[in-house]
Each structure stands twice: as C-alpha cells, then as structure tokens.
Design a protein around this ligand. Sequence first.
Ligand SMILES: C[S@@+](CC[C@H](N)C(=O)[O-])C[C@H]1O[C@@H](n2cnc3c(N)ncnc32)[C@H](O)[C@@H]1O
Length: 288
Amino acid sequence: MATQRWHVLELLEWTTSYFEKHNIPNPRLDAEVLLGHLLEKSRLQLYLHFDMPVFQKNLEVFREMIKKRAARTPISYLTNRKEFMSLDFYVDERVLIPRPETEFIVETILKMKSDSSQSILEIGTGSGVIATALAVNNPEWEIIATDICKDALAVAKLNREAHDCDERITLLQGDLFDPIKPLESTRYNWVVSNPPYIMSNAHGSLSPDVRDYEPHIALFAGKDGLSIIRTLIAEAPDYLQPDGKLIFEIGDTQKESVNALLENQSEYKKFRFIKDYSGKDRVVLASL
Ligand SMILES: C[S@@+](CC[C@H](N)C(=O)[O-])C[C@H]1O[C@@H](n2cnc3c(N)ncnc32)[C@H](O)[C@@H]1O
C-alpha cells in the first residue's frame, strides 16, 4: 500500500487482493469489516461512500490491521467486537470468540423458562456471553458464572458491566465446580456450559486463526476431548434442584460418547440432543 491518496473503493479492492494472495477465506468481507471498523461506518455506509478519501493517519492504522489479518489474527480480535444473541460484546485474545452455535444453548433455556425466576450456574463463562445474554433477557434470573482463567473473567466483567448486569451475575474463578463448593446448600435450576471439547491431538487440523490465536484452555479437553464434559455430567446432579437441568455444547463427532456417558449416570431421567444450523448434534439437554 504505497503512500498516495486512497479512496474507500480503491482501498477495499487493494486489500481484497492482498488477502486473496494470503489465502484469507473471505477476503472482500474481511476488508469491508476492517475498514468499516476503522472509519466507524457500517458496510452499507462504506458502499454509499466509495469515493470518500481515507486520510494518512487512518491508513497507517489500517496497514497494521491488514498485516495482522494476513497473519491470520481473527477479525474479532482486531475489531474487539462480536455479536451474540443480537447483543454486542467486547472480545480480545484472553477469551474464545463466541460462536453462533452457542446461541442454541441460550435459545433453548429462554424457550423453556421465560417467566419464572431461575437460578443458573454457568461453568466456563469466557467472555460472559451466555450469562449476559440470559440476564439481559430475564431481569429476574440470578446467575453465577465461573471460569478457571482469571484473564477471561476480566473480559466477562467488562461485558457484564456494559450490559448493566453487575447486580445479577456473580463471577467466580476456579476449576469446574470448585468455586461454588463453599455455597454447599445452594441448588440451581440450570447448570450451563460451553466447555472446551477438542481432542488434544486435533491441534494440527484446526485453522490457524483458531489454533494460533484463541486460548488453548478454551479449546482443548484431553485426548478424547471429553475431560471437562465427563466431570460436568458426573457432578452436575450434586448442584441441581430435583427437577434441574444440565445443558452443554458438544463437538460434532461426540454424540455417541456423550450419549453413553449420560446413559451411565442414573440421575438423569431423560436427555436429548439439539442440532445446530448445519444439522449437527451440538447441544445436549439432560433433565434430572
Ligand atoms: C469454549 S470456551 C466458552 C466460553 C464462552 N462460554 C462461550 O461460549 O463463548 C470454554 C471456557 O471454559 C474455561 N475453562 C476451561 N477449563 C475449565 C475448568 N476446568 N474449569 C472452569 N472453566 C474452564 C476456559 O477458560 C474458557 O473460557
């Protein structure tokens, strides 16, 4: 990108071709999202301002952004934004970038319990999207959200505050159920989790955007990818009310193993799998 006067359209075309050369999967889309972010314009507004000049000061920042994207930094870490359940969230390298499939967890809970007051325990909250989306949609609900990672909880705190949920979401640090063990007698209506579930030896098959940038503690869960899910299934009944429910996300090849784990745990009276947008079994709902 030589020093010259650039206009929006030229810059988009130049960046798209630069991304193509670096094998970035959606080159034009990424160019538009990054330039729109920098100029504080929506993609539609960019189209309406193709002739607008881009000033040198912005060009320098843009150059750094496109270099990072060409090196596979995920777009959301460059814009520090991700939409989830139609809400805007702050994200950075300290947390997993929330995925659209995870919205099925929130939607399932909202569909089943829209009015009565609910107590919810989320394990592995990361950026806090699940807890925050539930709290925003239901001002009566009380949520405890935990994570093993202190840095992730700092991001969850920012999102909790941005969505005015400080009063209703308690954030606690620790391994799985450890942080709530001191609250022994409390029983929850829901235990909710999007846990890490990728097999440790699948490292090489992940896209560089994920493998090289997202926190490994949010991705990998032992040799079979089930080390966290196994504990969730085994221990959730100890923390649930008599008619409580466990809901969690799984990998697209894990249905059979998870089915077997649930069948071996007699506390669950019934369970079912919920498919994601591409028809894959993605969320498990198990009831005591
Ligand atoms: C897949 S991410 C999900 C983040 C967020 N809930 C979402 O859906 O975008 C899993 C989260 O679990 C946390 N985690 C990993 N191992 C954990 C453990 N043993 N106990 C509690 N949290 C854990 C990670 O730090 C990460 O934030």
